[in-house]
Design a protein around this ligand. Structure first.
Ligand code: WTA
Length: 651
């Protein structure tokens, strides 16, 4: 188990504190710290009480059935999550309320009401049935950020077809891997999507992916860009040819609480992404409850989670949590600097956004661009800010608070993972005194600890590994078709407790400070990428003999990919070859995995048993003094790498 003791020890706490402004506290959904103790006295009762908010066609028999490491929440219950997100609100008279104000990157806009979203979901669900999708069949979704993406997810949920959304920036090969692992029979995609002023080739990539798969029968294609696309008659179907002609009536399938809602693939410590399994009832209760209380959702809020739906943040906090709470959301298709670097602030001004939720990488990028961009726009509608995906450094936290939040908005720094499904560690904006850089405390009804190598709780002031000690409703229910890996990855290190893979420290007041991954997972701009995944794609290039990849600290993206590459037959590297290798990785995984730095080295440092010494490489890449080198098989290697360092190329 590789650890980063240096990083863990180096942390000093930021001692600034910010209490919730009185005006915020007075109106907050939760304003009394007794929620913590109340929930803690009866965890199951706490979650059951929140489960009462939803529509069940059959009430559950037991709140929690916990057979380590598999939990069942609300077992025996029956419900449909799309009915809870749509029909329930329309029946309550909210049909005309806007579900999403959507803005395309080129500037086209649409506002979709709950009634419209329900109609379109039912039509899409009927179309999927016509295409042969049955309850239990898997559907892959590979779409741009357009309203039809949530429609596709909700339509699958309506008929009980587990879906797997593949981020539109992933390559054909990454899509193929996910289709093969999930055994998807239908792919929902678009001709393309707009990004950075250009067009993403979604349909073309889908076709390339399908050449490497055998389970897909039908491809449903939404026309977004009207570009020319390859077409296979009999397999490919245009959305506009089949969806609009369906009846806008499709009774929601009543599903078991534990029916699989979706699979979401995420990087682990091997080259093969893990299919994280999420189910229905606990996920609904967990995402909706956290969304309502952490973001202090009110009926007239305009809430913008600026993530991509291809990541878990989008699943839980653009689609299911917000829709379950009948929230009006904003959805934006493109990048923050198209056509100019003020695009986000224009969106906030235009829709009078009240709550913004985004990643520290974005905040640091905006800081770098300068405050003149937000200052051009009226951001006074904002009342609450959120952060997610990686540790937020205190400087970025303060800038976010002052420049974007006008020093009046509480900040919720929310810690969670694809595996947790819902936020687990976070401030409550009307209660918690925040400290810049700390995600503060576990949400009510959640129990977490920081433990040492032996699994013993570390006293306040100390650092160790973050574990979650009791089950929570939106937790993963396994890794798809891989029970062994599920047990090994999360439950074997500290038996009975969920091992997150994050380092953490608690200060004297018990605040949690998250300190990054302790495994071979990198966080590049908040995206999870495994070092081995990038290494194996580099090694698949015919000129590469060996590769070692590490995450180098980066002021904007948190970490950046640094690749040490040894070429076959002693060939020398060149700028041209670095470019070729970068493109190779992009083709294999996607542009999020493009190595920022490539260093060609004659050898990699190894132990006598042949294990690559990543710790040394990390020190070299970060320009730090080298730790212990006595276990090196060949002590001259480090010198050779240092000399080669002069020829490292930056992207
Ligand atoms: C990191 C994203 C510090 C962490 C929702 C975790 C964070 C990984 C925070 C999961 C935060 C997420 N502070 N670190 N507020 N939020 N992380 O699966 O390392 O893409 O293990 O889920 O992101 O990444 P994932």
């Amino acid at each position: 188990m590789p650890t980063q003791p240096k990083a863990l020890e180096a942390l000093t706490f930021d001692e600034r504190r910010f209490a919730p402004p009185e005006a915020f506290r007075a109106q907050a959904n939760w304003r009394d710290a007794s929620v913590y103790a109340d929930a803690d006295r009866d965890l199951e009762g706490f979650w059951a009480k929140h489960a009462e908010d939803f529509l069940w066609s059959k009430r559950w028999d037991t709140v929690l059935d916990w057979q380590v490491p598999y939990a069942k929440w609300f077992a025996g219950g029956k419900l449909n999550i799309s009915e809870n997100c749509l029909d329930r609100h329309v029946r309550a008279g909210l049909g005309a309320k806007v579900a999403y104000h959507w803005e395309g990157e080129p500037g086209d806009t649409r506002s979709v009401t709950y009634a419209e979203l329900l109609d379109e979901t039912q039509r899409c669900a009927n179309a999927l049935r016509e295409l042969g999708v049955h309850t239990g069949d898997r559907v892959a979704i590979y779409m741009p950020m357009i309203p039809e993406l949530p429609v596709a997810m909700l339509a699958c949920a309506r008929i009980g077809a587990p879906f797997t959304v593949v981020f539109g920036g992933f390559s054909a090969e990454a899509l193929a891997g996910r289709i093969n692992d999930s055994g998807a029979t239908v792919v929902i995609t678009a001709d393309g999507g707009y990004r950075k002023g250009g067009v993403v080739q979604l349909k073309r990539n889908t076709d390339d992916a399908l050449a490497q798969t055998s389970t897909v029968q039908k491809v449903l294609v939404y026309r977004r860009t009207a570009q020319e696309v390859p077409w296979t008659d009999g397999r490919d179907v245009w959305w506009h040819d089949i969806v609009p002609r369906q009846e806008a009536h499709c009774p929601p399938e009543q599903l078991d609480s534990e029916h699989m809602l979706y699979l979401l693939y995420t990087s682990g410590t091997t080259a093969k992404p893990k299919g994280i399994v999420h189910t229905t009832a606990g996920y609904l209760v967990g995402t909706a409850t956290t969304h309502k209380y952490i973001f202090d959702i009110k009926p007239d809020d305009v809430y913008w989670c600026a993530a991509d739906i291809g990541w878990v943040t989008g699943h839980s906090y653009i689609v299911f949590g917000p829709l379950a709470n009948a929230t009006t959301g904003v959805m934006y298709e493109g990048v923050p600097d198209f056509p100019d670097k003020d695009r986000w602030w224009r969106v906030i001004e235009k829709y009078k956004v009240t709550i913004l939720y985004c990643a520290p990488t974005a905040i640091r990028t905006f800081m770098k661009w300068g405050s003149q961009y937000p200052e051009r726009c009226d951001l006074r509608s904002l009342r609450l800010l959120g952060s997610v995906g990686e540790p937020i450094n205190p400087e970025a936290w303060i800038w976010y608070r002052e420049t974007i939040g006008g020093s009046r908005c509480p900040i919720v720094d929310t810690w969670w993972m694809t595996e947790t499904g819902m936020i687990l560690i976070t401030p409550l904006p009307g209660i918690t005194v925040t400290k810049p850089g700390s995600a503060t405390f576990p949400f009510p009804g959640v129990r977490a600890d920081v433990v040492d190598d032996e699994g013993k709780s570390v006293p306040r002031g100390g650092a160790g590994y973050l574990v979650i000690t009791t089950p929570w409703p939106a937790m993963l229910r396994g890794i798809y078709k891989d029970d062994r890996r599920y047990r090994d990855t999360y439950w074997s290190r500290f038996p009975g407790r969920f091992f997150a893979g994050d380092g953490a420290k608690r200060d004297e007041q018990g605040y949690f400070w998250l300190m990054g991954r302790v495994d071979d997972v990198m966080k590049i701009s908040g995206h999870r990428i495994s070092t081995t995944e990038v290494e194996s794609s580099l090694v698949s290039h015919p000129k590469v003999a060996e590769a070692a990849v590490i995450g180098r600290e980066d002021p904007i993206t948190g970490q950046a990919i640094f690749a040490f590459v040894t070429l076959r037959g002693g060939t020398d590297g060149s700028d041209g070859l670095s470019r070729e290798l970068r493109e190779h990785v992009v083709a294999k995984i996607g542009s999020i995995a493009r190595p920022k730095t490539i260093m060609f080295t004659p050898e990699l440092p190894k132990t006598r048993s042949g294990k690559i010494m990543r710790r040394l490489l990390r020190d070299i890449a970060n320009g730090q003094p080298l730790g212990d080198t006595t276990t090196l098989a060949d002590a001259t290697v480090v010198e050779q790498i240092r000399t080669a360092g002069a020829s490292a190329t930056e992207d």
